[in-house]
Design a protein around this ligand. Structure first.
Ligand SMILES: Nc1nc2c(ncn2[C@@H]2O[C@H](COP(=O)(O)OP(=O)(O)OP(=O)(O)O)[C@@H](O)[C@H]2O)c(=O)[nH]1
Ligand SMILES: [Mg+2]
Length: 452
């Protein structure tokens, strides 16, 4: 006999056994991509496979469906949903993961037909984040994103909150699978709703305190030039951080290896240190709730003087990945920042045509291999020139007793000649435009720009 249950919005569900948790770890999964014909783009499910495996699922089957239009109740057509059911049975899949974002109603209808748990792409991404979150901040951020996106879509969504409400945060977002077993009566639904709202308020308060701390921490580093590595997940950001500094950041060939931020000093050239930060990677259609709750983590990017956009040019999706990263950068207010494109994994590029096309699109991009260390000299030069700005030739007059001016010009510029005269020294030097203000603060007697 089919059992019905009622969720906190008063909707009734059958098949309650299916969707009590969205974890897919060790579950056999069928992947589905529904592609609209008019969009004309294929989908080989390569990225969804990597995402599903990253979440710990075992991919047993892939199903790509071309659609003329989206069916409002089941996304793919009802007949195709029946076919999907046959395949799910044939391969013994426990979960069906769509590469598309589905509405809660579509998920419910599909589950009735295919008789397996159905997840959409955003839920999968959130599941990966839940598994990976290690720091308290990351756990709180993931929990907030899940409360706002995922849990309203579970059949018995709120009962786990009994154990966490009032605990002051720090729940392990990765252990929410054991969602309770009580049948949600009307009274319970009311309690659940209040618990969720309270939890969301508490989480936001805690995260806002972390945000403020982060802003103070970044402000405290005033004076040093700040560079942040951004890019698609798995592009090689942490590998580059390790190659340029002694960071020993975690590097893995899986999506979302890094979930928090790490900042290290990078010695660009003698006397010039900058701060280099590595942060969470981006992915196509990153759930909006996740971007919002990762604000503190992305604060490093928001406050950076220069962004290094790392692109894996060995993959076939490089251009789409560049677009996705630019979109997220726009969402967090970084679109106008100074950005240097860095083409990584140049050691394993097989599609030379694609690389040439990308180089035409981004003529300033620097080609490197973070893994084997090639191109790092050119990258350092390119960063130095962004750091310094356009070079000027200056004649600086200073008191011989003011040694700071000479030291500054030697460290940050190139001294062309020096001339000593009556207690003064005249120095001709090349210096980056952006260093001019710092030079002025050292009180030389006169600065004349000879050439710019
Ligand atoms: N062949 C080659 N592999 C690289 C290069 N750079 C990174 N990799 C590999 O790519 C994989 C991902 O590298 P990570 O540095 O973890 O990538 P990431 O951008 O930090 O990824 P997330 O933290 O998951 O966003 C690892 O297996 C690296 O060894 C490179 O220049 N060449
Ligand atoms: Mg990383």
């Amino acid at each position: 006999m089919v059992k019905y249950i009622v969720d906190c919005f008063g909707r009734s569900f059958e098949l309650e056994k299916l969707r009590q948790t969205l974890r897919v770890r060790k579950e056999r999964a069928t992947l589905v991509a529904a592609v609209l014909r008019r969009q004309g783009q294929g989908n080989d499910l390569a990225e969804l496979t990597a995402l599903a495996e990253s979440a710990g699922a075992i991919v047993v089957d892939r199903f790509v469906q071309k659609l003329r239009s989206v069916n409002p109740s089941t996304y793919i057509g009802k007949g195709k949903a029946q076919q999907l059911k046959e395949r799910v049975r044939l391969f013994g899949a426990e979960a069906v993961i769509f590469d598309n974002d589905l509405s809660p109603g579509q998920i419910r209808e599909l589950e009735k037909i295919v008789e397996a748990k159905v997840l959409d792409r955003s839920e999968l991404v959130l599941d990966i984040f839940a598994t990976r979150a290690k720091t308290k901040q990351a756990k709180l951020q993931v929990e907030l994103a899940q409360l706002e996106y995922t849990y309203p879509r579970l059949t018995r969504m709120w009962s786990h909150l009994d154990s966490v409400a009032g605990a002051g945060g720090g729940t392990d977002a990765g252990t929410v699978g054991g969602i309770g077993t009580r049948g949600p009566g009307e009274q319970q639904l009311e309690i659940d709703r209040r618990l969720v709202n309270k939890r969301i308020t508490d989480l936001k308060r805690e995260l806002s305190a972390i945000d403020k701390r982060k802003v103070r921490e970044i402000d405290g580093r005033k004076g040093l030039f700040k560079i942040c590595l951004v890019g698609y997940t798995n592009a090689g950001k942490s590998t580059l951080l390790n190659s340029l500094t002694n960071a020993q950041a975690r590097v893995e060939d899986r999506l979302f290896a890094t979930l928090d931020t790490r900042t290290k000093r990078w010695n660009l050239t003698a006397g010039t240190d900058v701060l280099l930060s590595d942060t969470v990677g981006f992915v196509r259609n990153l759930p909006h709730q996740l971007v919002a709750s990762f604000k503190a983590t992305l604060e490093e990017a928001i406050n950076a003087d220069l962004l290094l956009h790392i692109v894996d040019v060995s993959g076939q999706q490089a251009l789409q990945q560049i677009d996705s990263v630019n979109k997220v950068l726009g969402e967090i207010g970084c679109a106008q920042k100074s950005i240097l494109q860095v083409f990584n994994k140049i050691d394993i590029v097989s599609n030379v045509g694609q690389l040439e096309m990308l180089q035409t699109l981004c003529p300033d991009a620097v080609c490197i291999s973070a893994k084997i260390g090639s191109g790092l000299g050119e990258l350092t030069e390119a960063v130095l020139s962004r750091y310094k700005g356009d070079e000027l030739i200056l004649r600086v007059t200073t008191a011989q007793s003011n040694g700071k001016v000479q030291s500054f010009l030697r460290a940050y510029g190139t001294v062309i000649k020096e001339h000593y005269l009556d207690g003064s020294v005249l120095i001709d030097a090349r210096l980056g435009q952006k260093q001019l203000e710092s030079l002025k603060r050292l009180s030389p007697r006169d600065i004349e720009i000879i050439q710019n």
